[in-house]
Write a protein of this length. Structure first.
Length: 224
């Protein structure tokens, strides 16, 4: 029996699930424009355990979304996950954010293209088949009309980066699933349990999120 706390903070969605052997016991999540992850995350931990009738000492592992995504969001999630693993002396599991996003969609044919919004016409993206096997590596992609010319068949686009591509990727083979916006810890639960069973863990001391791009500090121009 394995109780795993799953943490997803790579986007505006602050999401936590508590799962037993891959089956969700509690799911708590909230998506806000202001990135309230720092305030909400530890409250969600406490609420999830309380609702399940468990204590932190009952946890067997912590799983965290490894990115790509928001620099700040990833730092908050990974820092919280590391702190729990250190305190409880339990393993840390790293889950690919784009795979988590892709798994929200179930299709029998075609390819799934999860997209996390970056800046302008850039997205963090990868390509998966209908069984969620990766066909194209994760990358920061500037979307153009020819971006997916080498891919055949129906292409299913999900995520908050997909909406801005509609004007560019408007061929009928592109299908937009607008209801799927952010990755969620719901889809992490099964993946994290499989990783736990295989002891597919990461080093708590040295693990860093997969930012994909360097963090760029921006400041507002001074008023003259």
């Amino acid at each position: 029996m394995a109780y795993i706390l799953n943490i997803e903070t790579a986007t505006k969605n602050c999401s936590v699930t508590l799962a037993k052997d891959g089956e969700i016991l509690v799911c708590l999540e909230m998506a806000e424009e202001g990135y309230s992850h720092a305030e909400k995350l530890h409250v969600f931990f406490e609420q999830a355990l309380q609702q399940a009738g468990l204590a932190f000492q009952d946890l067997n592992a912590i799983a965290v979304s490894q990115g790509p995504g928001s620099y700040t969001g990833l730092r908050i999630g990974v820092s919280a996950a590391k702190g729990l693993c250190y305190a409880l002396n339990i393993p840390l599991l790293a889950i690919d954010t784009l795979e988590t996003l892709a798994r929200q969609l179930t299709v029998t044919e075609g390819k799934i293209i999860p997209m996390i919004d970056a800046r302008r016409m850039e997205v963090f993206t990868a390509v998966f088949d209908s069984s969620y096997s990766r066909l194209r590596a994760t990358e920061a992609e500037i979307i153009e009309t020819t971006t997916y010319d080498t891919l055949e068949g129906t292409l299913h686009l999900v995520g908050d980066g997909a909406a801005k591509c509609k004007a560019v990727l408007n061929d009928p083979r592109f299908i937009y699933h607008d209801a799927i916006v952010y990755p969620s810890a719901r889809e992490m639960s099964r993946i994290s349990f499989e990783k736990y069973q295989k002891s597919d863990t990461v080093d708590v001391a040295y693990f860093e999120p997969f930012y994909l791009k360097d963090f760029v500090m921006t400041t507002k121009p001074k008023k003259s």
